[in-house]
Design a protein around this ligand. Structure first.
Ligand code: ADP
Ligand code: MG
Length: 269
């Protein structure tokens, strides 16, 4: 199942499932693919979902990050053309996933954009001008406003990954808690005190972590795990767990504060 280890808000989950289904059907029927944009704050599951989508579609896929293109310098244009040549030669249709798309597909008017990146962007536009039966483009970005308008124009469907609400935070926290602690294998035994895993404790954590992303929540669980391993009994107590959450919340708030001062909030980064 595509969204097995993914927690999304219900209406978003529905859209994502129908997208996965539509992609499979498109491939079967040999119809043109729809190009997709995933956007939203960092750490909300865009990369995770794109990879899951690729893995579960029965299609071949290529994953690149926008940041990989810059170091290619004047080789970038050739690399992009080659990638599309390969895509167009494919039999079954494939998914081209460009993560951190803004690093490579930002507005041509952006003064920080070098000549090589501008040419690479043009190469992408050149290769995506008509609807394709060969490949599906999936772009992901934290900064949709930075994308070149012609790139935005290539996209048929936009999916917004929002920060998790209370219900999603609870599901995420339980997901990571199980995966990393209670159902984890491969590492030595970590005990969890009963009092640390009550609904009441989880509810408190949900309240404390408002504004946090899935990635932030996962990091909290990893810290709690580390803290428990640092004790003689390798036991996670309620006090320890809530203490770690409190510490992480404080760090998170400091970071938010710093970004607000740098005027970076609201642009998702
Ligand atoms: N919606 C989510 N469902 C499940 N796990 C998530 C979700 N959002 C974030 N995570 C966790 O955080 C990690 C980082 O998320 P990622 O997909 O890289 O975020 P983004 O690409 O939006 O910045 C994931 O690998 C996963 O472990
Ligand atoms: Mg990402």
């Amino acid at each position: 199942e595509v969204l097995d280890k993914v927690v999304l808000e219900p209406s978003m989950e529905k859209r994502m499932k129908s997208l996965a289904e539509a992609t499979r059907n498109t491939q079967k029927n040999g119809a043109p693919f729809r190009h997709i944009l995933f956007y939203g704050p960092p750490g909300t599951g865009k990369t995770l979902v794109a990879k899951q989508l690729a893995l579960h579609s029965n299609m071949h896929y290529a994953i690149m990050s926008g940041g990989d293109v810059l170091p290619l310098r004047d080789g970038a244009v050739t690399a992009i053309h080659k990638m599309f040549q390969w895509a167009n030669a494919s039999q079954g249709g494939l998914i081209l996933f460009i993560d951190e798309a803004e690093a490579f597909l930002k507005r041509r008017s952006d003064p920080t954009m070098g000549e090589e990146m501008r040419s690479a962007l043009n190469a992408l536009l050149y290769n995506t001008g008509t609807a394709s039966k060969k490949f599906m483009l999936v772009l992901a970005t934290n900064r949709p406003g930075d994308l070149d308008l012609a790139v935005a124009d290539r996209v048929d469907e936009h999916l917004f990954f929002d920060l998790p609400g209370p219900e999603e935070r609870e599901r995420l926290f339980r997901l990571f808690f199980d995966k990393l602690i209670t159902k984890a294998d491969g590492h030595g035994k970590l005990e969890v005190a009963e009092e640390a895993q009550t609904d009441e404790v989880f509810q408190k954590i949900v309240e404390m972590t408002e504004g946090m992303s899935g990635r932030n929540l996962e990091k909290i669980v990893i810290s709690a795990m580390g803290r428990a391993y640092g004790t003689n009994s390798a036991t996670l107590t309620k006090e320890m767990l809530l203490d770690v959450v409190q510490l992480k919340v404080e760090q998170f708030e400091t970071r938010q504060q710093m970004m607000a001062e740098q005027g970076k909030l609201g642009s998702f980064v």
